[in-house]
Structure formats: structure tokens, C-alpha cells
Ligand binder design. Structure first.
Ligand SMILES: *Cc1c(COP(=O)(O)O)cnc(C)c1O
Length: 407
């Protein structure tokens, strides 16, 4: 028997039929079909409120929409946050449909000229990833007769300890090395751009408040040092994000209040050169992951050489991350449950929940304890609100896409 990650607090105490946003999960499947992603907008709003309460004044919240760009969800989240971070012209177009007023910033390597032009036309801030991109952004601004808004993304000489995805402290396709950042700031200002500040993203999926506090402190110090070096005051310092959520057995939720208290102290004693700067934290996963549940119906139950398999109509083509094939080295179990039997006792023996794809990679639960369930019942896979539907190989094997609804 292998352990599962913790069921998120909003669902953990439920017994009997699973409800999401007060709606019966099986009824949602009956109405909308399966497989189905269901996102509870109230849970996202609660995360935003928790962030606001925990963080000091003067710290903006940006939503990194790549975590979940579903338009109806975006329309609910955009009014709650101070900015939207996009990573492509496609995401930019989506952001523009919901938040004319929202500040949009555009990060990511390999921005094409047409993407730079779209960003400049929209008035978005381009987080520059290289000197070459800076040159192309300035040229695009000239072609359009518009002064481009740019920030310099810095590949920091520090990394976020214990983060799931390290983004700093090494050679990187993201941002310019800290050693070259000040020179690039001077160059874009001299080139006539509207310099908006720094973007420093040191890692993702961190659960350790101590590591985040340390990184934010070092990020502030780095921003101050670079501002001094460049001889320019950054209007905005984007401190990155990296707030994680507990996916696996043994994971403990991030103490956001501790992070906020420490950031308050760090900001109160910040270097004079940053006195008039604003600050932002950009979050994707932490805002939306726990609000989403992936519902998939049992198609078959079978035994093979003493092992029980529950075969569902969904799989890694919708929810790659739960199969362990998205950014994890060792496959571990996401929390999942039989939607009609929350809190019920597990049956004898381990059960593997597998998807409908013809590959052994399509395993959504590996030798877990699960209440006995039969064909037609619904399996709920939690933590499906971030990097689910749009981060999975939906075209693989030609199954239809999953439905997505907001409740
Ligand atoms: C993906 C990304 C984020 C969001 O990361 P999460 O782990 O989902 O919070 C934030 N900033 C940048 C630059 C990103 O690329």
C-alpha cells in the first residue's frame, strides 16, 4: 500500500457524497458529463483573501494565468488581483478580454516579434529575458511609434531552497544573469523604453516558509544592489512567487502568514533606493490548485495477478500531473477519493486507479487504499485546479477533451 497526498481542507472532512462549491459531484457529472474539471471560485477568492490578510501593505498580487487560463475562471479571478502575468500572446489575448484595467506583464523566453508588438500595443509590461529581446522590443516600439514598457527579468545568483522547480542560481534560459542586469537597465532607459523595474523569480512549489523568507530577503537585497548599480529607482519589484501546495504524503501546507510577517519586516527595513518602489508577488498554483477537482467515471474494475485495477474514463491526457509525468522525478500519489464514498472505510488490498490510455504511464493512483467502488461511480482527483487541463497532452490517443466548469 502506498500513501496518498492530503485531501485539501475544503474537502477533507466531507462524508458520503462529495460536494464542490455545495454541488454534488455525481450530479455535476450527470449534468456535464465526464471527465470533468470542476473549479470552486469561492475557494480561489478565499485564497486571495488569505494572501491579502497575511501580506504587508504595498505588496500587489498578480495571477500567473498559465496555472489555469480558463476564461470563465479568469473572469472571476481578475477583479480580485492587481495584475495578470502572461507567458504568450495567446495568454495576453485572454488577459485582455477580462481585465482592461488590470496590469499585465509578459514573461517567458522566446517571445516572437509579433508577440512583443502585441504586448506593446496592449500597454503590457514586457519582462525582458535577454539583451537580444531588449533590442527587439525597442525596435518593435519604434515600428509602432509606442514607447515600450519593459522590466528586466533577473536570473538571480540565489535559488529558492526546497522548491520543486529551481529557477535561479545557475545557467538559465530565463532572465539575464544578475551580473548583466544593471547594464541592461541602463541600455533600455537610454533606448527610450519606459523601464518598469525588476522581475526576479527564484523558484516554484515551495512549502517551506523559512526558505521563502530567506529568498525574498535575498531578492530584495539583490534588487537594491542592482538599482544602485543601474542608478535608477525601480517602480516595481516583482519578487516572484513560488508558494506551493501540499500534493503528496508528508507535505505540510505553507505558512503564508509567517511569510507575510517576515516580508513586512524586510520591507520596513529595505534599502533607501527601494523606498518608492512597489512590490508584487505572482502566484499561479497556490491560488487555484486546491480549488479544482478532476472527476472521472469508473469504466472497468479488474484483477491482474492479485492486484486490483480501477479503470477510469479520464487519464494523463487531461491530468498529466497526477500521473507523475509533469515535473516530478519520483511518482507519488495525488489525493483521490471515490466521490460517493467520502470518509468510507477502505476495502481490503491495494487498488491502482489507471486511466484509459494505452500506456503504463497512465496511472492516477498507485496501490492505494480506497473504498470498494464499481463501474459508473466517480473518482475525484484533488489538486486539479492548476496545471491540469492546459498542461496535459490532450491530443494524445484522440480522446475528447475534459469538460471544465466553475461553480
Ligand atoms: C509559472 C510562473 C509563475 C507561477 O508559478 P506557480 O508555481 O504556479 O505559482 C510565476 N511566475 C513566473 C515567471 C512563471 O513562469
Amino acid at each position: 500500500m502506498k500513501p496518498m497526498g492530503p485531501i485539501p481542507p475544503a474537502f477533507a472532512a466531507q462524508t458520503g457524497a462529495l460536494t464542490i462549491g455545495g454541488r454534488d459531484a455525481a450530479a455535476l457529472v450527470a449534468a456535464h458529463g465526464a471527465p470533468l474539471f470542476v473549479y470552486d471560485a469561492a475557494l480561489v477568492a478565499a485564497q486571495v483573501a488569505r494572501f491579502r490578510a497575511a501580506m504587508p501593505a504595498g505588496v500587489d498580487l498578480h495571477y500567473a494565468i498559465k496555472a489555469n487560463p480558463l476564461p470563465v475562471l479568469l473572469a472571476r479571478v481578475a477583479p480580485l488581483v492587481d495584475g495578470l502575468d502572461v507567458a504568450s500572446a495567446g495568454e495576453l489575448a485572454r488577459a485582455l478580454t477580462v481585465g482592461a484595467g488590470a496590469a499585465i506583464s509578459f514573461a517567458g523566453p522566446g517571445k516572437r516579434d509579433d508577440e512583443l508588438e502585441a504586448a506593446i500595443r496592449a500597454g503590457a509590461t514586457i519582462n525582458l529575458e535577454s539583451a537580444g529581446e531588449a533590442r527587439r522590443a525597442l525596435a518593435a516600439g519604434e515600428r509602432l511609434g509606442v514607447r515600450p514598457r519593459v522590466a528586466v527579468r533577473v536570473n538571480p545568483d540565489l535559488e529558492l531552497r526546497g522548491s520543486g522547480m529551481k529557477m535561479g542560481g545557475r545557467a538559465s534560459p530565463f532572465g539575464v544573469d544578475a551580473e548583466q542586469a544593471a547594464a541592461l537597465v541602463r541600455a533600455v532607459i537610454a533606448g527610450g523604453a519606459d523601464w518598469r523595474g525588476f522581475h526576479i523569480f527564484a523558484g516554484s512549489q515551495a512549502l517551506d516558509a523559512g526558505a521563502l523568507i530567506e529568498t525574498q530577503g535575498a531578492t530584495l537585497a539583490l534588487a537594491a544592489r542592482l538599482a544602485e548599480e543601474a542608478g535608477a529607482v525601480p517602480p516595481l519589484v516583482n519578487l516572484g512567487g513560488g508558494f506551493g501546495v501540499p500534493y503528496f504524503a508528508g507535505d505540510v501546507a505553507l505558512d503564508v502568514e509567517a511569510v507575510g510577517a517576515a516580508l513586512g519586516e524586510a520591507l520596513a527595513t529595505r534599502a533607501a533606493v527601494l523606498r518608492d518602489s512597489r512590490f508584487a508577488i505572482e502566484l499561479g498554483r497556490w491560488l487555484v490548485a486546491e480549488a479544482g477537482v478532476y472527476l472521472t467515471r469508473i469504466v472497468d474494475v479488474k484483477e491482474s495477478r492479485g492486484e486490483r485495477f480501477v479503470v477510469v474514463d479520464g487519464g494523463l491526457h487531461h491530468q498529466l500531473a497526477a500521473s507523475g509525468n509533469f515535473g516530478t522525478v519520483v511518482r507519488r500519489n495525488y489525493p483521490l477519493a471515490v466521490a460517493g464514498r467520502m470518509g468510507a472505510a477502505a476495502g481490503d488490498g491495494a487498488v491502482s486507479v489507471v486511466g484509459c490510455l494505452c500506456t503504463p504511464l497512465d496511472r492516477l493512483g498507485d496501490r492505494i487504499a480506497l473504498p470498494p467502488a464499481s463501474e459508473g461511480e466517480v473518482i475525484a482527483i484533488f489538486l486539479a485546479g492548476a496545471y491540469g487541463a492546459t498542461a496535459s497532452p490532450a491530443a494524445f490517443l484522440g480522446h475528447p477533451p475534459a469538460g471544465e466548469i466553475v461553480v
